[in-house]
Design a protein around this ligand. Structure first.
Ligand code: SF4
Ligand code: SF4
Length: 139
C-alpha cells in the first residue's frame, strides 16, 4: 500500500464511530427468533417425555412430582444444550419455548447452568426430596 493511501485510511478511521459495541453497558434488543433460555409451562406438560427422547444433547430431565395429578417439573442443563429447539418442535402440547429475551447464560460455576422449572409448590417438594436424600438426612 502506498504511504499516501495509508495516511488517508488512518485519518478517516480516526473520525469514524467504533465498529465495536460497549457491551455489557449497551445492549441491543435480541432478534425475536433468537433461541435463548428454555422456558417450561408446567400446566401444559403431560409427562410424555418426547422432548427428552428427541433431545440430542441429553439436556432435559423430566421430574415427576406427582403422576396422579400430572404434576411435572423440568431440569434443563444449559451447558449441554445446543439450542437446536428440537424439544420445542417435538412437544405436542406447547409446553416448551425458547426465550429471545434471556440469552445471557454465561456463568463461572457448573451449578449455574442447571435450571429447574416448575410450579413454585412443586419446586419446594423437589427441594425437600433433595434435602431428604442427602447423606445423614434420610429416615
Ligand atoms: S414433550 Fe412436552 S408434554 Fe411431553 S414431557 Fe416434554 S414438555 Fe412435557
Ligand atoms: S434445544 Fe435442542 S439440545 Fe437444547 S434441550 Fe432442546 S432438544 Fe435438547
Amino acid at each position: 500500500m502506498r504511504i499516501g493511501a495509508m495516511i488517508g485510511d488512518v485519518s478517516r478511521a480516526l473520525f469514524k464511530r467504533p465498529a465495536t459495541e460497549l457491551y455489557p453497558f449497551e445492549r441491543r434488543k435480541a432478534p425475536a427468533r433468537l433461541r435463548g433460555l428454555l422456558a417450561f409451562e408446567p400446566s401444559r406438560c403431560t409427562g410424555c417425555k418426547i422432548c427428552m427422547r428427541d433431545c440430542p444433547a441429553r439436556a432435559l430431565e423430566l421430574v415427576v412430582v406427582d403422576k396422579a395429578t400430572k404434576r411435572f417439573a423440568m431440569k434443563f442443563h444449559a451447558d449441554r444444550c445446543t439450542y437446536c429447539a428440537q424439544c420445542v418442535v417435538s412437544c405436542n402440547f406447547d409446553a416448551l419455548s425458547m426465550s429471545h429475551e434471556q440469552w445471557e447464560l454465561a456463568g463461572l460455576a457448573r451449578e449455574q447452568f442447571l435450571h429447574t422449572f416448575g410450579r413454585d409448590e412443586d419446586l419446594a417438594v423437589l427441594r425437600e426430596r433433595e434435602a431428604a436424600s442427602r447423606p445423614g438426612q434420610g429416615v
